[in-house]
Design a protein around this ligand. Sequence first.
Ligand code: ZN
Length: 695
Amino acid sequence: MTDTAAPLTDTDPAGDDLSANPLLSGATPIPFHEIAAEHVVPAFRAALERAQAELDALIAGEGARTYENTIAALDEVGDRLTAVTRPVSHLMSVRNEPDLRAAYETVLPEVSSFFARLPLNPEVWAAVKEYAQTDEARALTGVRRRHVDKTVRAFVRAGADLPVEQKKRVEELRVELSRLSTEFANHVLDSTNAWDLVLTDEADLEGLPDSARAQARAAAQARGVEGWRFTLQVPSYQPFMQYSARRDLRERMYRAYMNRASSGEHDNRPRVGRILELRRELAGILGFKDYADYTLEDSMAGSGDRAVRFEEDLAARTRPVWEREMAALEVFARDELGITPFEAWDVSYTTERLRLARYDLDAEVLRPYFPLDRVLEGLWELTRQVFGVQVRPRELREVWHPDVGFFDVLDEDGAQLGSFYVDWFPRESKRGGAWMGGLHTGGPRPDGWDAHLATVVCNVSPPDGDRPALLTHREVETVFHEFGHLLHHVLSRVEVPALAGTNVPSDWVELPSQIMENWTWERPALDLFARHWQTGEPIPEALFAKMVAARKFMGAWHQMRQLSFGTVDLDLHVRFDPSRDADPIVRAQQVMAQFSPYPRFADDHFITSFAHIFSGGYAAGYYSYLWSAVLEADAFSRFQREGLFSREVGRDFVDHVLSQGDAEDPAVLFRRFMGRDPDPEALLRRDLDLSLLEN
Ligand SMILES: [Zn+2]
């Protein structure tokens, strides 16, 4: 067990009273209720000091190099440090108070720099290499073999083996890339905030629902202006594009949105080219053909070219359905809405109107059938039947907010596997969105089972007076999704924490989460939990039929959109060569045009605000959203065939996927579960309306 080692206070010099510092207590459960801003700086510095001392001891290394005193010891340096820092970074997401943030920001750079320097430390690298050449290392098999190989590769990828001059250049490139991507993100943010549309005549709001009007009214009041204020933030922009009946205003919003950060003081155009150029240089120095090959070396796709082929294949299969959807949309716009010629700013609006005409399905009508407590009971029941896992609530005082719940996860025989916190509802000081976060990665250890610990955080609709929390179907999917990540974490049986749980390639990590969403679309699974909160009635058959019918609506359009982003991303990181090719902005427009019904739809500068790939960690990795979707749809088809609640299929999924982390090549894990390689057919069948191809 790495996190619960002796408290740091034993070795620490006098000064701050570290013995009373809850971050250093090593106590379980983590005393979240006691952690305050004043604990952060002294705890982080004490942990850093200890980490440095441990690193020095590792380098000095008495006796022969072994897995334990070199590889495992190196992992433990990092694990013990993050055991102190992670509870605080978690609090930054769920209890982001000014004094806590100030303290965190004071010491965060010191922690980041410790981890950044690690793979460039020549003495640590020498120790790792020395071990890798021992007979013991050569004889390793299984997960330890994989881990040593990956550790060696991590040093090489960081540039540890390069001559001094090139090493210096690599560092320069990383520093500049990091600066450029921060600037890129800031410019997107600033240009998003620099624009608004203030309407003072209520007639201009035609088509907008009450919620969008109220939000815009509040936004205007907050600014001290008259009327209704719309912005380029997604919660304001999206409903406007979906509902506003005013074409002229939609056009203004659309053009402003698509041209963010592409002119004036927030212009990202020069940054796009520069980032691509530096990434290419970095990949070249490190011995890769292009930046995609460098980034994807350890992914399931393995190389940029393979990811490109994946996108091309899926696009070719999606295109015929997409063409029919677009044609139907254009006809509906012309005949029913009088819109002609069809333009990019008409797509969302027309889609919404066509959805209404065809399905008359309002997401709100399903809410009464999804009270959160019942949804959870159903989810636990499903998990018990399929995966043989029991979830049991436990009273816990040591939490960061009274809303927070705590659960234990037990196997079929009642043995404890791990625990998790849940935090469901929005709060002022809480980050938006939903996520699962590991607090401790356990698993089998020489002295027995080390329990996993994690958090599941969402922002679903809260209770209202006497009414319980009632979820939309999308929110139910989100809860299932995050619980899938949780299962991946707590069911891990991998002995090496660095390769355990969700520490897997990014094109594999969404398989366990996304697959869970499928059950929320199956009647027998819904019947476990979807009951009207007042009458106890299940979802009426007619309503369920509508829900299922609407599921594939514009499915190809959504898929092509994802494919367009993934293709642009890969094109810029694989094929585009800044030293040879024209402007990357023009290049991106050319690629996007292939995914548009008319080339003019791609005339804008969306690439200058494509933060995913220029500042968000998805560079050459956007394809992984759909890659994961192919895997989960395909894997779920086995449950559909052999039984939605099949314990046998569930056991296979636990044995080959959920418990395995990155212990083996994910392609091998997938093959063990399915008996073959992934097939995109299941995704196409599930998400696209293939009947459109019949006439
Ligand atoms: Zn996810």
